[in-house]
Design a protein around this ligand. Structure first.
Ligand code: ZN
Length: 112
C-alpha cells in the first residue's frame, strides 16, 4: 500500500502495512509533525493509537537513518580495486610484488 501523506500513515490500521520507503518518503512530516488543537480533525484530538503511531514512526525513521549512515560509511571504506593478479579486493589489502599488485592469496606466486 502506498501512503502519500503523514495523515494516512497516522491513520493506517496496522504498522505492518507501512513499508520502510513510506517512512523515508514522509520523513520530514514524521520528524516535524505535532498534534495540536489547531490541526484539522482528527489530528486536533489524537487517539492514543495515533500518538503511539507517531512515536513508532519516529523510532523507525531514526533506525532507518542510522542504517543508511552506517551503509554509507562502509561503502566508503570498502573500496575495491582490481589487482594485476586479476582479483578484485579491498584497496587496503592490496600488496605490491615484483610483478605488480596482488591480493594476499596470490602474493607468493606474484613475488616469485
Ligand atoms: Zn589474486
Amino acid at each position: 500500500m502506498k501512503f502519500h501523506t503523514l495523515a494516512q500513515l497516522l491513520l493506517a490500521p496496522d504498522d505492518q502495512e507501512i513499508e520502510d520507503f513510506n517512512v523515508l518518503d514522509l520523513a520530514y512530516g514524521i520528524e516535524h509533525f505535532e498534534f495540536s488543537p489547531y490541526n484539522r480533525p482528527p489530528f486536533d484530538r489524537p487517539t492514543p493509537e495515533m500518538r503511539a503511531r507517531l512515536q513508532s514512526l519516529r523510532a523507525r525513521l531514526a533506525a532507518l537513518k542510522a542504517a543508511k549512515a552506517s551503509m554509507r560509511r562502509s561503502t566508503k571504506t570498502v573500496k575495491t580495486v582490481m589487482c594485476d593478479c586479476g582479483h578484485s579486493i579491498a584497496a587496503d589489502a592490496v600488496m605490491n610484488t615484483s610483478s605488480g599488485t596482488s591480493c594476499p592469496s596470490c602474493y607468493d606466486r606474484m613475488s616469485r
